[in-house]
Write a protein that binds this ligand. Structure first.
Ligand code: DX5
Ligand code: ZN
Length: 214
């Protein structure tokens, strides 16, 4: 089963409440919420006031993707403001176990993220602890970029590790996901799909959700 998480980075913020209602009606599985600090990535996006607004209007799971330096300083705050899933980049902290433990201690789903240039080896030490691994299929920072093909082999490698060691984590992909690249990622073992520009370029969210589910 493919779980679809539209990325709110591409939503029409002037109509946020109505848009979220349309996403609920379309049957999406959750909302992806991109937090950027202008340090870890060269862009600044959305933060706590918008998360509060989203949380106040939906029961859908909110998947917070922290693209920030020192993420451990903000995990508790994002959990308090309504995140259900929180992911942290392996490249953003030398203390990844502490960060994952903190997310789990707050009863939230914990994810570790790897950039396209980071080898899968780097996340092996936390694979038994995380609920999901987010494989970036673009360099993070902006919506609307092109899917990087070589990332598919990283999904496969993670999926192989998962079977070999009998582990339970989900594999999420983010960046350049559309009706074609989703098939590639699903074939290699991904099951959670973030989609921003492709999804929101459609007027009918029910139809695009159906297309992406395949
Ligand atoms: C990029 C963000 C993504 C972004 C995806 O750094 O992490 O979640 O919104 O957008 P698309 O689907 O347009 O690549
Ligand atoms: Zn993201």
């Amino acid at each position: 089963m493919r779980h679809i998480f539209p990325s709110l980075l591409s939503v029409d913020f002037l109509n946020l409440k109505h848009e979220i209602q349309l996403l609920e009606e379309a049957g999406v599985d959750g909302l992806h919420f991109d937090v950027m600090d202008g340090q870890f990535v060269p862009n600044i996006s959305i933060g706590l006031p918008i998360l509060d607004a989203v949380r106040s209007t939906t029961q859908l799971p909110i998947d917070v993707h922290l693209m920030i330096e020192n993420p451990e300083n903000y995990i508790e705050t994002f959990a308090k403001h309504g995140a259900d899933m929180i992911s942290v980049h392996i490249e953003s902290t030398p203390h990844i176990h502490r960060a994952i433990q903190l997310i789990k201690s707050l009863d939230k789903k914990a994810g570790v993220v790897i950039n396209p240039g980071t080898p899968v080896d780097r996340v092996v030490p936390v694979l038994s602890m995380v609920d999901y691994v987010l494989v970036m299929t673009v360099n993070p920072g902006f919506g609307g970029q092109t899917f990087i093909d070589m990332c598919a082999s990283k999904i496969k490698l993670l999926n192989d590790l998962k079977s070999s060691f009998n582990l339970n984590f989900n594999i999420e992909v983010d960046g350049g996901i559309n009706d074609k690249t989703i098939d590639i990622c699903a074939k290699h073992g991904a099951n959670l799909f973030v989609t921003g520009s492709y999804f929101f370029n459609h007027d009918d969210y029910k139809t695009v959700t159906k297309i992406l589910r395949g």
